[in-house]
Design a protein around this ligand. Structure first.
Ligand code: MN
Length: 292
């Protein structure tokens, strides 16, 4: 039993190992506080787990079963303080520290994107690879310094800008465009991805080289046709298959933790939850060779 965590059964995929033996450890982080539009991200971990139970754990692309290749556990959901972002953040940091201290690879089922500020802060000398339609780089949003629209700007309070790599972006404010023009934040737009997915992926892998990576996947990078149930849908995105192909490459980076965020469960017919579970399986398959 881990402090501030409530067990959930069945866990992701349903074949989980005891925590002690596991390398990859799933946890739900049902953070749902700062959304400016749709809410319901607190229900996302349950919906993603449910979808994960109804997909094959054998991956044709990788010719392996992720549960045979990787020791996976699911500790359940972090119990957050619904009205207190700071207190919730402290709990996220505490659980992350414990897992990383025991050489686990945390796999976070969000929750809104703001959680990434707390979960990535705990890792040292990382590249943060953010797959997202939005840049999330406003300095403040409606007076709020830390929310889903500013989360990556706050990450830059502790992360050197050249260590943030954004993939699939296609929307930002004028302020964000001006800000990114003057910093070393690296970004690849949706169209750059679609024009040369393999080229972008290998460029990112070259930049990151062997360094530790925190991978943050905002499901709104997908076109709303493929992921309608997100907090702030952004038309003109990539397909689920594009994302699977991208993760087949990026999963071979030295990933120390990852999150999948922004599923607004009440607005989803299951499409987005299944896409989330499916891309997680693909990512795990790609990560499996380096996790052995
Ligand atoms: Mn985001």
């Amino acid at each position: 039993m881990i402090e501030h965590v409530t067990p959930v059964r069945p866990g992701f995929g349903g074949f989980d190992e005891p925590y002690e033996r596991a390398k990859v450890v799933f946890m739900g982080v049902p953070l749902d506080v700062t959304s400016s539009y749709r809410t319901g991200m607190k229900f996302a971990p349950a919906r993603i787990r449910e979808a994960s139970m109804n997909l094959e754990t054998y991956l044709m692309s990788a010719k392996l079963d992720v549960f045979e290749e990787i020791r996976i556990s699911d500790i359940g959901d972090i119990v957050l303080v619904p009205t207190d972002l700071k207190a919730s953040g402290e709990r996220i940091e505490r659980v992350m520290k414990k897992l990383l201290g025991e050489e686990k690879v945390p796999a976070i089922l969000g929750g809104e994107h703001t959680l990434t500020y707390f979960s990535s802060k705990v890792l040292k000398d990382i590249f943060l690879v953010q797959i997202d339609a939005h840049r999330d780089l406003r300095d403040e949003y409606m007076g709020d310094k830390l929310c889903h629209a500013t989360v990556m700007r706050r990450v830059l309070d502790f992360l050197p800008p050249e260590r943030l790599i954004q993939l699939g972006v296609r929307s930002c404010s004028k302020e964000e465009a001006e800000f990114t023009g003057s910093t070393k934040v690296q970004a690849y737009t949706t169209e750059q991805l679609l024009d040369d997915l393999r080229g972008v992926a290998s460029e990112v892998r070259k930049k990151v080289s062997g360094a530790s990576v925190y991978l943050s996947l905002d499901l709104d990078v997908l076109d709303p046709a493929f992921a309608p149930g997100v907090s702030t849908p952004e038309p003109g995105g990539i397909s689920t298959l594009d994302l699977l192909k991208l993760l087949r490459h990026l999963g071979r980076m030295n990933i120390q933790a990852f999150d999948v965020v922004e599923l607004a469960a009440p607005h989803d017919d299951g499409t987005t939850a299944f896409a989330a579970a499916r891309v997680i399986y693909e990512l795990l398959a790609a990560m499996s060779s380096s996790l052995k």
